[in-house]
Ligand binder design. Sequence first.
Ligand SMILES: Cc1ncc(COP(=O)(O)O)c(C=O)c1O
Length: 349
Amino acid sequence: MIVPHYRPSFSSREITAVRKVIDSGYIAQGERVQELETTLAEFVEKNFGVAVSSGTTALILALKALKVSSGNEVIIPAYTCTALWHAVKAVDSIPVFSDIETKYWNLDPDDVKRKITPKTKAIIFPHMFGQPGRIQEISDLGIPVIEDIAQSIGARINGRPVGMFGTISIGSFYATKVIGAGEGGIIFTDDKTVENYIRDIREYDEKETLTPRISAKMNDITATIALEQFHKLPEFTSKRKKILAQYKPVLRDRILIPVRDSGFQSNLYRCIISHPEKTADELIKLGKEYGITLRKPVYKPIHTYFNGQNLINTESAWKRQVSIPIFPDMTDLEVELVYNFLKRTFSKL
Ligand SMILES: Cc1ncc(COP(=O)(O)O)c(C=O)c1O
């Protein structure tokens, strides 16, 4: 038996909801999309939500709304999803990589400060792996911040939901995300002008003026799945919490994420660990021998695609960190198999 790293959690609720949309005869962008927008905007304490076709599209449109364009620089971490790099390139701007800190493993405000130049037009701050980071210090720098909660919806900083801290915030509903609906994204803002801009540009059809627009809509089938998944978020988190509690006695301080910090509360999307004597590659290989799928938290740090730059924390995190299975749909047997593997690998330390 092989324990996967992730499997989505669906039930008859999603099936019933999708059937209802199909039976209605209207599957395009409609009432369900609107409901998703208002429900999630309220959850992250922003005035407006606009759903789009993916998290990457949400990032691109957020950058466009901030008027980031040719020759501007945008600071991003390298220890993240390459979607951020693609979004910056899509608006013809220059991605500038910043290192991560080693408490929350997110963008390091001190390194961000060092990377700011007169050309810096925005900073993208993803709270990676469900673990919130020091976004408030970065917001204080006075440069627009796009808060990326693709992996962290439901996480909180001092009781406030992530997604409320950015100038503009974005989310993703990609299949493996906390709220998995296949594909999809969302933009949150308090600014009515930004909301109007994104609503206008996401669809090209039946307009009075002909300005360049795209087709980046969500449909009601995707939205209804996302809504059902969102309603299960508390259940997802409590299932993850139970699994984590089973791993904790054997892993103890080998757990890097979630960080034990009541102020910076993770949604438990990922559990990331490291071994003092084994590299990530060695752990992944060992896991495979036991039928346990471990993954590197990011495929490859983005700056390593290019020559030259050193990001010390990013590089050492990538060499040592692995993500272990902690998904809500895990069976008791799967949790036991992971536990046994961890016990063999970590208990002698
Ligand atoms: C932090 C982060 N931002 C943005 C994205 C892009 O989202 P999407 O896959 O929906 O385009 C992802 C990954 O999927 C992500 O992990």
